[in-house]
Unconditional design. Structure first.
Length: 172
């Protein structure tokens, strides 16, 4: 959307408003977080009722992990929007990043069945942190505290990537 808004001159209009780049990016991030909350809610409801998913005893912490993941994705999407100059670039970068992160982070198959190098890479990826936390909470039914390190790392990554988006944000 940033690419489209920049192309259509909508962001230039914001430049004349008495708000900072940080406020613009934060507002766009907050809007994406509303969408994240709706998507998480719908996915949890569909998973529970349509697929009879048993989330285990830590549903609250699962929601926290998913919101932290959503915060990272919102920040990453905004950063990609500041890097891309065309809609095609934005779409291509988004698809490439999503597929690479999903494959290397253990979203496509259990990371335990992959080579050791791939399991090591998972520890450095947001998808890996998220999947590790979800495994601990759902598969192994570890307590909520078991996922706190991953949540902290995801939130820190979301803040870092969000700061990069603010730094790179341009009205034109």
């Amino acid at each position: 959307m940033l690419v489209i808004e920049r192309r259509d001159g909508l962001l230039r209009r914001l430049a004349s408003a008495p708000i900072s780049r940080t406020e613009v990016v934060t507002g766009k991030w907050a809007g994406r977080m509303v969408l994240v909350a709706i998507q998480i809610g719908v996915a949890l409801v569909i998973g529970t009722f349509l697929f009879q998913m048993d989330w285990g005893p830590n549903l609250g912490m699962i929601a926290v992990v998913l919101v932290a993941w959503g915060a990272f994705c919102a920040s990453a999407g905004l950063w990609l929007g500041t890097v891309a100059t065309t809609e095609g670039q934005a779409g291509g970068l988004g698809v490439l990043a999503a597929n690479a992160l999903a494959a290397l982070g253990g979203c496509w198959w259990p990371i335990e069945i992959t080579h050791g190098w791939m399991q090591a890479i998972q520890n450095f990826l947001p998808t890996g942190w998220t999947m590790d936390a979800m495994h601990k909470l759902i598969s192994f039914q570890s307590g909520p505290a078991s996922a706190v390190p991953q949540v902290v790392i995801l939130v820190m990554a979301a803040l870092l990537v969000g700061a990069l988006a603010v730094r790179r944000f341009e009205y034109q």
